[in-house]
Structures are given as C-alpha cells and as structure tokens.
Design a protein around this ligand. Structure first.
Ligand code: FAD
Ligand code: MLT
Ligand code: ZN
Length: 472
C-alpha cells in the first residue's frame, strides 16, 4: 500500500477535526506498541473519530486513494492485529472516542453501545441496572467492546455465557467503501437471510469497522461463591470440575486452572499477593458458583462440591471466600497471571484449546516436549479449564538470553500446536490470528476453508485496505 500524501493526511484530519488526528511521534507511540512487545508499528496518523459518519467518511476517502486502515480499540490484543506494519503507510482508526452507551433496556435485557465503550464500563452500567453483562477478561479495564467483538473474545465466563459471539444481537458496521450497515436489531429471533453479523464477529477488523453493537444482558446472580483449591494434578482438576458440574450444573460460572509455576511468579514478583492456602500444591483451581436465588444457595452448593471432592480425595486443600472482598482477592490472583509473566523474562505464549477431557494429556505431553526442546525452560500454564483453553506460556530458563530464547517462538509454537491439533484442538482458542498466527492458519484450515475466507474478504474488501496482513 502507498503512504498517504500530506494533502491526503490533511483531508483525513478535517474529517475528525485536527485535535483528533494524532501525528506527533511521542503521542503516536502508545498506539504503535502492544501488550506483549512483539510488534512495533509505524503510522503517519491515528484518527480518532467521534461518530459513525466520520468513520464512513474516513473509509470512503481511504478506499478512493488505496490507503490501508488498521482499526484499533483498547490495544490489548494478543496477536498484533491492532498494530500497523513498519512501512509507515497504514493509518490507524482508533474507536476510543465513540464510547457512548446509547440505550440500556433492562426489560428486554439488551444494551446498545458504541464500539469504544470500555468493557468494564459496560459491566458496571449493567450492574447498576441490576443486570449482568458477563464478558470478563483480565484486560477488561482497557479492552473496548468493538475489539471484544472483532476478536470474539472469550475470557473467564465462557463456561456459562459463551464467547462474545454468543452475546451479540446486532451490529453497526462501516464497510470498506464507507457504506454503513445498520444491523442494530434487538431481536432474539430473526431468520431473514444470511446472519451477516457473524461474519464481522471475530474478523479482527479485516471485513469492516464495527461502530456499534446490541448486546445481551442477563439477570444479575443473587449470590456468588468462590473457592481456591490446591490439587495434585490436572487430572484431579478435571475430576473436581466434573464434581462441580454434576452438583452445580449451570450454576458453575467459572473454572480457572493455574500451575504452581504461574502463581509462583506472582508471589515472587508481586508480594502484595499472598498464597491463600497454607501448603504448596502442584496445581490450583479457582471455582465460581453463582445462584439466581441467594448467597446461601451458592454457598451451600460450593460446600457440597468440596465435601464430595475431599471424600473422593480429589482436592488437597481449599479456601472458600467468606466475603465479596475475599472473592475479589482470589479473582485478582487469577487476573494478574498474564501480565506478571513479563517479570520472568521471555515468555513463548500459546492459546490452545483441546477437548476438556484431553487437557491433562495435552499438559503432560507438551510439558515433556518443551522441556526437551529447551532444557530449563519454565512452563507457566494457566487458563480457562472449563473451556478446554490453556495458555501454555513457557518462560525462558533463568539467566538465558531473552532474545535468543524468543527467537525459538515459531519452532516451539509449531511443536505445541502439533500436539493440540493431533488432539482435535485449536491453535487459537480466543486471541485470534492477527499477524502472529497468520502463517500458521493455512496449516490448520483446509483449502476449501481458506478459499471461502478469501472469497468473503474479496467481496467485502476488494481493494484490500482493511487491516492488510492480518488473519489471511
Ligand atoms: P484491540 O487490541 O485494539 O484490537 C484487537 C483486534 O480487533 C485488531 O485486529 C483490531 O484491528 C480489531 N478491532 C478493534 N476494534 C475494532 C472495531 N471497532 N472494528 C473492527 N475491528 C476492530 N482475550 C480473550 O479472549 N480472553 C482473555 O482471557 C484475555 N485475557 C487477556 C489478558 C490480558 C492481560 C491482556 C493484555 C489481553 C487479554 N486478552 C484476552 C486479549 C484482548 O484483551 C482481547 O483480544 C480483546 O478483545 C481486545 O480488545 P481491544 O479493544 O483491546 O482490541
Ligand atoms: C488470560 O486468560 O489471562 C490471557 O488470555 C492469557 C495470556 O495472557 O496469555
Ligand atoms: Zn485467556
């Protein structure tokens, strides 16, 4: 793609107003780096539109001049999808200013938002209306709804409420040619032609820019109980999950697995976090039970689960939160695991999923393999056990050269992904493909699937201006 001329940059700036066109090197920097430090992009401008009409005018101008556009929300994406390449030709459209909650309809259990609404803001607005917007991830303080939809984000509540895809009723999208598709319907049932919203959900900004969404709300649980258990193995964790599901059924709203190494990084590097259990265990499980009836019911269910777990010798120890603050403290341990890995040097990341019952076998085989590939490396696995989704993140050997270790990223990914694929799993459970896994996609998708995706891309973005080099 060619870079926009100064005259064209001026035309883009006029659309959003010069104060919303970021061009200074220092001001641009935060938009050009991402949480893992794997990508550092370059751009002549970040445009911050205030409404859908401005996004439409930007894309119309971009398409007419063959200018590449990278949509960006909270910039918390894990696969480089929101970062422009190093050419300096791609412009960023950041949706952060479009952050209005347009309408919350508690009776219909729907909320209509603009793409730039921060996930935590929406969670709080739902809570204030005695409702629940269940999507929850450690980056919820920065991630925006548009980015959550574009990546079909998963997080810790998928077990009971599904991925972002399951939470979307309608979308407003600006297409590559600037046309606006108003699909902001609040209907639960509407069988009139292709369900177009599903093409944009998870498309990572390659088919259109999401500017608005209608999302589902849920009744706010009357009670929640959280436990933090110490276990001997992933196999025991799987058994505990089975006991929880057999007793708690749909009331099991989260089940997060953590290795001793992953929580050990936290206690070592962030002493404000304290191990809630007296002894040491090889694995830990955070279990959350919700009740639509009462705190008492949630508590009774989680106690029944652990009576059975101890009877069956599945759990070695457990603590049940006695207050909302204690629940938050236990969740805070889980939510801190991702970022703290930076403190331990280079970390080669994975976001795999396998059938839930295959997790112990995956962890055993993949751990043995990577320890053979890089003696002294430190598997610090954690993740969404209930969804079969493990972040099999491997920290460098202590004292190793970080860059030399990270240079083995693809080799290690390929080996670990091969195990997941052989078990019928996915190489990207929730983070998407972006730039990071683009080369791997054709190895896990059939020629028919790649052909269909390229046909859709060609139909929606014939000039290839939307987030080039990502996904396909
Ligand atoms: P960005 O990073 O800005 O963009 C992500 C992608 O979406 C890019 O391809 C971008 O081009 C596209 N995009 C952004 N906005 C739009 C739009 N309006 N229209 C079209 N395309 C758009 N993810 C999970 O799924 N589960 C987790 O548990 C999880 N935990 C995380 C923990 C941490 C500490 C961090 C840093 C990240 C985590 N993530 C997780 C990844 C990330 O938070 C999600 O992918 C999130 O949905 C990205 O939202 P964002 O607004 O930051 O998007
Ligand atoms: C999380 O679940 O915290 C993230 O998706 C994992 C990661 O940072 O690798
Ligand atoms: Zn995750």
């Amino acid at each position: 793609m060619k870079a926009p001329s100064p005259a064209l940059l001026q035309q883009f700036a006029v659309i959003v107003g010069p104060q919303n066109a970021v061009t200074g090197a220092a001001e641009l920097e935060p938009y050009l780096v991402e949480p893992r430090g794997l990508y550092h992009g370059s751009t002549p401008v970040v445009l911050r539109p205030g409404n859908t009409a401005e996004v439409s005018a930007i894309l119309k101008l971009a398409q007419a001049n063959g200018i590449a556009v990278v949509p960006q929300g909270g910039n918390t994406g894990m696969v480089g999808g929101q970062i422009p390449d190093a050419s300096g030709a791609e412009i960023i459209v950041n949706l952060g200013r479009m952050n209005r909650i347009r309408k919350l309809d508690a009776e219909s259990n729907t909320v209509t938002v603009e793409a730039g609404v921060i996930l935590q803001t929406l969670q709080e607005a739902a809570d204030a209306a005695d409702r629940l917007f269940p999507l929850s991830l450690s980056a919820e303080g920065s991630a925006q709804i548009g980015g959550n939809i574009a990546t079909n984000a998963g997080g810790t509540a998928v077990l009971a409420y599904g991925n972002t895809r399951d939470l979307v009723l309608g979308l407003e999208v600006v297409l590559a040619n600037g046309e606006v598709w108003d699909g902001l319907r609040t209907l639960r049932k509407d069988n009139t032609g292709y369900d177009l919203k599903h093409l944009f959900i998870g498309a990572e900004g390659t088919l259109g820019i999401i500017t608005g969404a209608v999302l589902k709300l849920f009744p706010k649980p009357k009670g929640r109980s959280v436990a933090f258990a110490g276990l001997a193995s992933p196999h025991q964790a799987l058994r505990l999950f089975g006991i929880a599901r057999s007793i708690g059924g749909p009331n099991v709203t989260a089940c997060e697995l953590m290795s001793a190494t992953s929580v050990g990084f936290l206690y070592r590097n962030a002493p404000q976090f304290r191990d809630p259990l007296a002894g040491k265990h090889a694995w830990y499980l955070l279990l959350e039970i919700s009740s639509s009836r009462s705190e008492e019911e949630a508590r009774a269910l989680i106690e029944e689960i652990f009576v059975k777990a101890f009877e069956d010798g599945v759990a070695e120890d457990a603590v049940l939160a006695e207050s909302l603050q204690q629940s938050k403290d236990l969740w805070h341990i889980r939510h801190a695991l991702s970022d703290i890995q930076k403190a331990e040097g280079g970390s080669i990341k994975h976001d795999i999923s396998v059938p839930v019952a295959s997790m112990p076998a995956f962890l055993e085989e993949a751990t043995a393999l990577v320890e053979k590939m890089v003696p002294g490396c430190r598997p610090a696995a954690f993740g969404h056990m209930g969804d079969g989704n493990i972040h099999f993140n491997i920290s460098q050997p202590v004292g190793a050269d970080k860059q030399a270790y990270l240079a083995r990223w693809d080799e290690m990914n390929d080996a670990v992904h091969a195990i997941a694929s052989r078990m019928g799993g996915s190489i990207s459970a929730e983070h998407g493909i972006g730039a990071l896994k683009r080369h791997a996609l054709p190895h896990v998708k059939s020629g028919v699937e790649m052909g269909l995706m390229r046909s859709i891309k060609g139909a929606f973005d014939p000039a290839g201006i939307l987030n080039p080099g990502k996904v396909l």
